[in-house]
Design a protein around this ligand. Structure first.
Ligand code: ZN
Length: 405
């Protein structure tokens, strides 16, 4: 079992230790020390990184993990050249550790705030690379409650309360009113005591006083299967997150040439404009298709009691030619529309007035067998995508001639 130096001092960033063993683990090499200040992933907090100095060699520690028996494995980046029994010096990556202390200590404060204000217990804690989150055991959570918890958490930060470490036995722990007891039975419990605010069992690394958390910023709150998940960031992470949010807002406001506070209003206005434009465009297209259908029917001679309109459009999209096909076949009781568009992805639309004898789906399949591509449809309406726009007009004229008989 490795002695955990971080249990007693979270600010110990350099330490000397003896190499107990070097073991292969998951195609990597891991070093086991008699004592360590490196924190292994556990209790929601992620591992420390850093370096190990051995003689004149320096090795990067990329991950630290804990085995069931309490042994701590330090994974190294490349092949390790340290002797079993030799002395090494360990250097913890300070920036990463400080960040983790801010997030994890902030979590204690926040979890306690949710308990004190609304009696909502924290069931799990996740520390991500970007943001952290706690899952609260509650059916409902309002944005007002989120704000209240954030306010209380930041009050506790401002008050710069002492964060102490205590070791007690299971029996001693019973009467202390701990917020959370660890799932595993250990003879000695490590308690984190935020003076007159929160007392909980935890093995992680924490700040020495709440002021070092800097600040607690709550972000997304979302319903999850077993309660509510609240995302948060603390300290320098909160500043970095706020900085990025601000940059995003400034960029958005720049697009509207407005102040950042006016962005939602500007978006609403733009959405309304888009809706209005879309509506007026649809109306315009409807009228255009109507007029074009009338014109095409007027200039198409009747053959065998029906009018066959065959036309490829280079400047109209598939939405329009479908609309046109609809108008043609509804305006005349005996019309066949063989339409195509070469705008964008080439598309064919075949349609006939109800009661006409042909099978548009079958004709589409026949045409595409020649032109290449896929498509099909019903007896009165079919759509297909030929591979090329070239030759579409000739194919439609040939098909029209065939249908005229
Ligand atoms: Zn903790």
């Amino acid at each position: 079992m490795t002695e955990r130096l971080y249990y007693h001092d979270s600010f110990l960033y350099e330490f000397d230790a003896q190499v107990v063993d070097v073991v292969p683990s998951d195609s990597r090499q891991a070093i086991i020390l008699d004592c360590t200040a490196f924190y292994p992933t556990s209790g929601g907090q992620v591992f420390d990184t850093g370096w190990i100095l051995s003689g004149s060699n320096k090795f990067r520690i990329t991950e630290v993990a804990e085995k069931d028996d309490g042994t701590i494995l330090h994974f190294v980046e490349n092949t390790l050249q340290v002797e079993k029994g030799s002395r090494i010096r360990g250097l913890v990556d300070v920036d990463r550790r400080r960040d983790h202390m801010q997030q994890h200590s902030g979590q204690h404060v926040l979890s306690a705030a949710f308990i004190q204000l609304f009696n909502m217990p924290t069931v799990s804690f996740h520390m991500g690379a970007e943001a952290c989150s706690i899952d609260l055991d509650t059916k409902n959570l309002t944005s007002n409650q989120v704000e209240q918890a954030e306010t209380l958490a930041n009050d506790i930060v401002m008050q710069d309360r002492r964060v102490g470490i205590r070791f007690v036995t299971q029996e001693e722990a019973q009467g202390l009113g701990l917020r959370k007891l660890p799932p595993v039975e250990r003879d000695k419990l490590r308690l984190i005591d935020i003076s007159d605010f929160d007392l909980t069992a935890c093995g992680g690394t924490h700040v020495a006083s709440t002021g070092q958390i800097g600040c607690v910023l709550l972000r997304k709150a979302e319903k999850v299967r077993q309660g509510w998940r609240v995302e948060f960031v603390c300290g320098k992470r909160a500043v970095a997150t706020a900085r990025r949010d601000y940059a995003t807002l400034v960029e958005s406001a720049g697009l509207f040439s407005s102040h950042i506070w006016e962005v939602p209003q500007q978006i609403r206005k733009a959405q309304e404009e888009v809706r209005a434009l879309r509506k007026s465009r649809e109306q315009g297209l409807e009228e255009l298709a109507e007029a074009q259908a009338a014109k095409l029917l007027a200039e198409t001679p009747e053959a065998g009691g029906r009018k066959i309109v065959a036309r490829v459009f280079a400047d109209r999209d598939v939405v329009f030619i479908k609309l046109l096909a609809q108008k043609l076949t509804r305006h005349s009781a005996a019309a066949i529309a063989l339409l195509g568009t070469s705008l964008g992805q080439p598309t064919l639309v075949f349609a006939q007035s109800t009661g006409q004898p042909f099978d548009m789906g079958a004709l589409m399949k026949e045409s595409l067998a020649e032109l290449g591509g896929r498509g099909g449809g019903s007896k009165d309406m079919a759509q297909g995508g030929p591979v090329r726009a070239e030759g579409l007009d000739a194919a439609l004229q040939a098909l029209a001639a065939k249908l005229r008989g």
